[in-house]
Design a protein around this ligand. Structure first.
Ligand code: FAD
Ligand code: FES
Length: 278
């Protein structure tokens, strides 16, 4: 069993847990994720390792309540336990000193971007971060992101904090101002990651996105998480979740997510929420 040793509400419907998981905390690297299951009847939910404390043996999970399982997870409190936490899963982010790196997080995507931005910074890169949300109440990890960034931008769709607009606006300006960017790392809603890819494509700026297709086992055994990258089928759980943004078939990814949405609606009234049959 994996105990929740700390719990905090970061924003409406966004929760942070520190979970006691010493073996995972010992091994995990930025970019990796875990699959959690709350109890015997629970489904398997992939969540990024947003932070870790190797000494205390804890990992940090930050999640948004979007459906049945994440809402159920949101009702857990400090002292409650997960039945299973499997990980670390997926490939770690490739970190080295590249020069200037732009880290972009949209909405809950700021959670997975944070440990990556910190690792880029520790490797000696100049880190420019851009985080965005629909409004100020939905912004998370502002202080943490600012602390690991040389330059830090906030955007909100409604202008309630930072600059009014989208995360791609400061990115466009940086490029137009001639900033020499070695890598752009973008994590957030698929539409956001696709827009970032379109901004950097004409300039051939190496751009990485972390994909979140629906997963089942998370260990490469089912293909539920397949995505087309450079016209080849890849399994996001073992080949990713990070991929070259300029090679990802975003339209295909969105179509698959919509397809599952339909299944979710149909399956839930019958009492099931299994995602294996997409
Ligand atoms: C590698 C990976 C890392 C992730 N990390 C995080 C994280 O750190 N924090 C976090 O909040 N979420 C993360 N997710 C997404 C999270 O797994 C889903 O939100 C969760 O499985 C939804 O379960 P549910 O039963 O609550 O919602 P469901 O009832 O299954 O779905 C509710 C709605 O959310 C959509 N949805 C479900 N799963 C996903 C998904 N994987 N991506 C996009 N939309 C989805 C459904 O289509 C539906 O519209 C990650 C996903 C992956 C694959
Ligand atoms: S989730 Fe089954 S292969 Fe990736």
């Amino acid at each position: 069993m994996y105990t929740i040793v700390y719990s905090e509400e970061l924003a409406p419907s966004v929760k942070l847990f520190h979970v006691q998981a010493p073996l995972i905390a010992k091994k995990c690297q930025p970019g990796q994720f875990v699959i959690v299951r709350m109890d015997d009847e629970g489904e398997r939910i992939p969540l990024t390792i947003a932070d870790f404390d190797r000494e205390k043996g804890t990992i940090t999970l930050i999640f948004q309540e979007v459906g049945h399982s994440t809402r159920q997870m949101g009702s857990l409190k400090q002292g409650d336990q997960f039945l299973d936490v499997a990980g670390p899963l997926g490939k770690a982010t490739h970190i080295e000193k590249f020069g200037t790196v732009v880290c972009i997080g949209g909405g809950i995507g700021v959670a997975p971007v944070y440990p990556i931005a910190r690792a880029y910074k520790e490797a000696g890169n100049k880190v420019i971060s851009i985080i965005g949300a629909r409004n100020k109440d939905l912004l998370i990890l502002e202080k943490e992101m600012a602390a690991v960034s040389d330059v830090f931008h906030i955007t909100t769709d409604d202008g309630s904090k930072g600059r009014k607009g989208l995360v791609i606006d400061p990115l466009k300006e940086l490029i137009e101002a001639g900033e020499e960017i070695a890598v752009v790392m973008a994590i957030g809603p698929v539409v956001m990651m696709r827009s970032v890819a379109e901004v950097t494509r004409p300039y051939s700026i190496h751009t990485i996105v972390s994909l979140n297709p629906i997963m089942v086992d998370g260990t490469g055994m089912c293909g539920g998480c397949r995505v087309s990258v450079a016209n080849e089928n890849k399994f996001a759980c073992v080949d990713g979740p990070e991929f070259d943004a300029h090679e990802v078939d975003f339209a295909g990814l969105m179509a698959r997510q919509r397809m599952y949405h339909h299944h979710e609606k149909q399956e839930r009234p019958q009492g099931g929420s299994c995602k294996c049959h997409g």
